[in-house]
Design a protein around this ligand. Sequence first.
Ligand code: ARG
Ligand code: ZN
Length: 851
Amino acid sequence: IARHLADYRPYPFVLNETRLEFQLAPSATRVRAELALRPRAGLEDLVLDGGKGLRLISLAIDGAAPDPAHVSRDDEVLTIAAAALPDAPFTLRTEVEIDPSANTAFEGLYMSGGMFCTQCEAEGFRHITFYPDRPDVMAPFRVSIHSDKPVLLSNGNPVAQREGFAEWHDPWPKPSYLFALVAGDLVAISDRFATRSGREVDLNVWVRPGDQDRAGFAMESLIKSMRWDEDVYGREYDLDVFNIVAVDDFNMGAMENKGLNIFNSKLVLASPETATDADYERIEAVIAHEYFHNWTGNRITCRDWFQLCLKEGLTVFRDQQFTSDMRSAPVKRIEDVRTLRARQFREDQGPLAHPPRPDRYEEINNFYTATVYEKGAEVIGMLKRLVGDDGYARALDLYFDRHDGEAATIEDWLKVFEDATGRDLAQFKRWYTDAGTPRLTMAEDWDAEAGRLRLDFTQATAPTPGQDDKPPRVIPIAIGLISPNGDEVLPTQVLEMTEARQSFGFDSLGARPVVSALRGFSAPVMLERLLDDATRAFLLAHDTDPFARWEAGRDLALSALVVLSQGREAGADYVDAIGRLAADDGADPAFRALCLTLPGEEEIATRLSEQGTTPDPDAIHEARDGLARRLAEAHADLLAGLFERMAVAGPYAPDAEPAARRALRIAALGLLNRIDGGDRAEVLFGTAGNMTERMAALSCLLRRGRGQAALQAMHDRFGDNRLVMDKWFSVQVMAAPPAEAAAVAHRLARRGDFDWKNPNRFRALLGGLAANHAGFHAADGAGYDFTADWLMKMDKANPQIAARMSTAFETWPRYDATRRDRARGALGRIAAMAGISRNLREMVTRMIAAG
Ligand code: ARG
Ligand code: ZN
C-alpha cells in the first residue's frame, strides 16, 4: 500500500464549491456536505476518501439517492459508480455522524479540554466527511455551525453570528487540509492591522478564559510577521479577519488553516514567569511560520504530498529570515545549523534517510521530517546563494505571479528560478531527489614561490535506503582567506562545485593564508579537512565570518572529545581558546554563550560514527563531563565574573539583547555548577524572576543531585500550569544520571498527572529520555524497553505521536553489538504488535531493515 510519486494523476472531477453544515455534539456530531462537482474529461467512478469512523446517514446526487448497487465502501473510500452519475455538473449531498469525543488520534474533528477543534493536514479531513481529500482539489468553502458553545470559528470571513449558530465563507479556493473549525468557551485578545493597500484586518488570539495575560506576545509576533511579509516579500493578507486559537492537545506545533491558525498552546502562551527565552523565540518563529504559509502553502499549495517541501522548506526558510531580521542573524544561523545537524544529519545518515522530495511513502504523516522542513530550507538557501539576492527576488515574484491559486510542484518551483535567472538547474535538482549528506573533503596545495594556493575538493555521498547511486551535486562553497597576521585577504567568495573532484586556484598571495571554508554553512554537507588545533584556534580568534568562527571552536571541542572518549588526553588548545573568547567583551554575549556550550553527547556520538568508530555512550558522557569540569577549573574567575555581570536588571523582556545576556550567564553557570557543588544554582533558583533562569538553575541542581526541594517548590507554585509541568517532567529525565534515567522515567510515568494521552506531556517524558543520550542507550536496554512499551501503548490511542517518537531509535545500528541486540529486540517487539498502526509499522519496518 505504498504511494508513488510517479502514479500521480489529476482528480477526474472538478470541485466548484464546498458547503458544510455542522451540528456539533461531543459524541454524535452531524456533518452535512454539499459538493458542486463536474466530470473533468470522461466520466469515471467518483471515489471519495472517508473511513470507518464515518457513519453514513444519507447520500444523494442531484437530490436523489443513487441505486445502492452503485455505491460501495471499504475501510478507506466510498465509491459511486460512473453509471450513477450524470455526465454534467451535479451536486453530491452526504450526511454523516462522527464521534469527536472518541478521537484520541487528534486527527480530524476532536475535543480538547471541552472545546471542539480540528487538525486536517495531511489527511484528517477524511475523518470528518466523505471528500476528495487531496491537496490538488481546491474549492471555496461555506461553513455553518450549530452549537451551544459561545465561540464558533471557521475559515475565511464571518457571514452570520447569532446565539447557537455561525456561518463562515472562505472565498479563496483551498484544499481540504486547510479546513478548520473551532467551537468553545474562548476569549480573545484582539488588535487590528491595516495592510499596505488599506485592508483593515481584525486580529484575534483565542485562548481559554484566564490565559489572556499570556497571549500578548503571540499577538505582537503576528503583527511583526504581517509587516515583514509585506516589506520583504511584498505579500499582503487577503481576508478581513485572522484568528489564532491555542489548544492543549495538538500533535504538532501549529497549523496554517486559512484564516484560522490552530496552535499547540505551548507555542502561543508565554509569560516571564512561565516561559523561557527559547520559548519566546520559538513562539515568534512559529507564529511567523504559520502566517507566512498564507502565501507559501495556501495561496500556492502542493499538487500532492510528495511536494510537501515546496511549502514547508520555503516557509521554514522564510521564518528563518524573519528571525534573523528580528534578532541576531549570526546567532540564528548557528542555532539553525545545530538543529540541522542534530536532527536532519542524524536522519540522513540512518535508516530513515529520504530526499526532501520523497518519491514513495506509506503514511505521509511520517514525512513531516527534518529533511522535508530543515533540509528543504537549506536547499533554498543554496539556491539563493547561487542566483544572488536579486535573482531570488525575481524568481519569487514570478513564483507568486505564475502559480497563485494553484497546486504546484518542485519542478514548477525550479522553473521560475530558471526563467527568472537563465540558470540551468537540472543538476541542482538532485538536492531535492537524492537522500544523504554529501561528504566534502578539502585539501590545500601551497606554492610558495608563485604565491598560489590550490584547493582540491572531492564530494561523495554514501548510499541510502533505496538509493545506491549518488551522482555529484552542485555545492556552493563559500570561502574566505585570512593572512597569518589575522587580516582577511580574500573576502567571502562562492565556489561552485559541480564535479566529483574539482580544484580552485587563488593567485598573487603574499604569504600562505588560512582558509576559512564553508562560511555561513553554505551547503548542508560534512566538510572534512585536516586542520591542526592551532589553526582552529586561529580561526576561532580571527575569522570574520561568525559561523566559521563558531565552527572552529566546535571542531576544537569535538576533536578533543573524540580523543578523550577513547581514554586519551586532549583539549588543552580548546580550553585556552575558549577562555580567550569568553573574555572578549567585544563579542555578542549570545555568540559567546554558544561557544561556551560543549557539543552534546549525541553530537559526539555522531562524529565518532562518521569517523568509523563505534560510539560508547558512557565514555562519551564521562569525556564531556571531564572537559566541562576542566573548562570550569581553568576559567573559574572569568566565569564567575560573567555570571555576575550578565545578570539583567529591571523587568523581564524577551528581546534578543537581554536574552543573550541570560544565555551567557546560564552557560557560565552550567560550567561553574561542576565545581561549586550547585551553590550558585541554589541561590539563583530561589531568586530568579523568570523561567529561563529558574529552569537553568533547576537543571543544574538536578545534575548535582540536590534538586528535590526545588522540584517540590516548582510543583507547589506551578502544579496547575500544564506547560510548566511539561518542563518539570522533562528536565528530571534529561538531567538524571544515565544509569538512573529509565528508572526516573518509570517513576514519573506512574504519577497521576502523567496524562499520557496529551501529546505535550508524552513528549516531555519520552522525548526527555531520548534526549538523555547515555540514559536512553543504557547498556542494559532499560531505556529501549521503557520507550518501546510506551510506543505500543500510545499507538492504540494516537499513531502519529507513537510513530514520531519512535525516531528515538533511528541511530540504533551505529552502537555496539549488545546495544544493537537490545534495540533490535525492542523494535521487533513493536513490529510484532497485533493491530499496529500503519504509521508505526512503516517506521519500525524501515528502522529494522537497516540492521
Ligand atoms: N503544516 C504544519 C506546519 O508546518 C504542520 C502540520 C503537520 N501535521 C501533521 N499531522 N503531519 O506548520
Ligand atoms: Zn509549515
